[in-house]
Ligand binder design. Structure first.
Ligand SMILES: Cc1cc2nc3c(=O)[nH]c(=O)nc-3n(C[C@H](O)[C@H](O)[C@H](O)COP(=O)(O)OP(=O)(O)OC[C@H]3O[C@@H](n4cnc5c(N)ncnc54)[C@H](O)[C@@H]3O)c2cc1C
Length: 487
């Protein structure tokens, strides 16, 4: 029977759930607090420049394909996708590594750095591919209710990979620090240090080297626009500037939500907003997790972000660039172990206009910079400015070009904005990390244990951080809701 379902938020997970629920015949209404939809993946345009506010790496294209295929659609019905060649560039103090768009090119680059390294690399990526197939086709499609979900004929033979770390496995096979950093990079998307991330997650290395890095022409927001078009075609109603301030519960059932002083009744409530915030919309007795619970969890980093319009082309850079020219271990400690502003941070620079002319006026460059930082640390205009100068100096040094006087404008985004824009716990950028003890059934539940018709989706629940997991999270929760409320 069709249910009247409210969805809080309009990020990837909420939009995904809305499409699946509407397809199953339910009446779905989205309430998004911000002026535009997309959550972490909004976009802003200024003076002919286009900036994706959050995600910029389009990895695991198969997950996007599968999502649209469930509705009889293809990504090409909505946006044009390019495989980036090269995929990205890593700057070290004394050299750069360029990651090509296929294993043969990547092997050549590994051989240049360390003779013979392409042999263990091919073996490592073969295991990573097997893990990818298991993770994506078997494990990740489970709702995280029971530990038994992790037990499949394939995973039991790989049990050791849940207890070894990606860091130790990489270090066993490679000695060159640059190759180690290159292979540890993909799991940073999961939000924890490589030495806290199980080696089973090497499937991220297959996503990187095996499946490649893609770019939707016009930016990541094209995917949000595609999902908006799809959801509306399925009958979903989307309200923006609609902040939900309360979930009312009666007799262990969510009965209504409060939005801009109105009380609206629904049969089922699903929150795609940050899980911690979603629970604060309930009276304390209906919350499942205490403040102590959240404070003990490993959160993904927050970020200091800059969006910069340059009136010149930036030389010697690619679309995606990692500046790994400082001590990663020290920076990681300053994020996870002793939360503080990093003394000498690694950073990421994205120049989408290098490959996509629609992103900047002719002869200009759109620059996006990201420094990972500890969630919850002090955020002031002075600190932002200090770090902008620091990374600009490093950029100029590594690329051998002065660009400081070519800045037309710059905007920044940091901890305080993550909190005010998304109600994010401590200003985390991309949710709760995937560590061994924060995997699958050990993550906050999709279904409330205290309120029978209340559900959660997104990067703090299963499967975890990132755009592809958010698409999957929306499907998992939609299936659960449909199963429990289809009568
Ligand atoms: C800077 C940055 C870079 C990233 N880079 C990548 C990348 O390159 N590749 C990748 O795959 N992933 C990346 N990620 C991660 C990815 O963007 C996220 O994991 C994903 O977008 C999260 O989607 P979500 O649906 O869980 O949540 P969100 O996108 O956060 O959506 C939650 C929504 O809920 C809304 N909301 C909150 N409170 C309320 C309320 N009370 N009422 C109504 N609405 C409310 C928020 O406004 C927001 O729109 C990045 C994230 C960030 C921040």
């Amino acid at each position: 029977m069709s249910k009247n379902i409210a969805i809080i938020g309009s990020g990837f997970s909420a939009l995904s759930a809305s499409c699946h629920l509407a397809k199953a015949g339910h009446k779905v209404t989205i309430f998004e607090k911000n002026e535009t939809i997309g959550g972490r993946c909004r976009q802003f345009k200024k003076d002919g420049f286009t900036f994706d506010i959050g995600p910029s790496w389009y990895w695991m294209p198969d997950i996007f394909d599968k999502f649209f295929a469930e509705f009889g659609k293809k990504t090409s019905d909505y946006y044009e996708l390019d495989k980036l060649s090269p995929a990205y560039k890593i700057f070290f103090k004394d050299d750069t590594i360029t990651i090509g768009d296929c294993m043969d090119k990547i092997c050549l680059e590994f051989e240049r750095i360390e003779k013979g390294s392409s042999i263990p690399l091919r073996k490592f990526i073969k295991t990573a591919q097997e893990n990818y197939d298991i993770a994506i086709n078997k494990v990740v499609l489970k709702p995280g209710i029971s530990p038994l979900e992790l037990v499949t004929p394939e995973t039991v033979t790989r049990l050791d990979q849940f207890f070894k770390t990606i860091s130790s496995e990489v270090r066993k096979r490679f000695k060159n620090p640059k190759l180690i950093s290159t292979l540890e990079f993909p799991v940073l998307f999961l939000g924890a240090k490589p030495n806290k991330t199980p080696s089973f997650y090497s499937f991220m290395n297959f996503a990187d080297f095996g499946l490649g890095t893609w770019h939707p022409k016009g930016g990541m927001y094209k995917v949000i626009e595609a999902m908006e078009t799809l959801s509306k075609s399925l009958g979903v109603t989307i309200n923006t500037n609609a902040s939900v301030s309360k979930i009312n519960v009666n007799n262990k059932k969510a009965t209504s939500i409060e939005v801009n002083t109105k009380v609206l009744n629904f049969d089922v409530v699903l929150s795609g907003a940050d899980y911690h915030h979603s629970e604060t919309l309930l009276n304390p007795e209906h919350r499942q997790y205490s403040e102590k619970y959240w404070s003990k969890k490993t959160f993904a980093p927050s970020s200091l972000l800059f969006y910069v319009g340059f009136n010149t082309k930036i030389e010697n850079v690619n679309h995606h660039n990692l500046f790994f020219d400082t001590d990663f271990e020290k920076h990681a400690q300053e994020i996870y172990d002793n939360p503080t502003w990093p003394s000498d941070p690694l950073f990421y620079a994205n120049f989408p206009s290098e490959t996509d002319k629609t992103m900047a006026p002719e002869g200009c460059e759109t620059g996006f910079f990201l420094i990972p930082i500890a969630p919850g640390i002090e955020d002031t205009p002075q600190l932002r400015e200090k770090y902008f100068n620091l990374i600009l100096t490093r950029l100029e040094l590594r690329i051998g070009q002065k660009v400081r006087n070519n800045i037309i404008f710059k905007e920044s985004f940091c901890v305080n904005d993550f909190i005010s824009e998304y109600n994010s716990y401590k200003g985390n950028a991309y949710g709760m990390a995937n560590t061994l003890l924060q995997t699958a059934f050990l993550r906050p539940n999709l279904k409330s244990k205290k309120v029978s018709n209340l559900y959660f989706t997104g990067q703090l629940t299963v499967p975890g951080p990132g755009v592809p997991p958010a698409l999957i999270s929306g499907k998992l929760v939609a299936d659960l809701i449909h199963k429990h409320h289809n009568n």
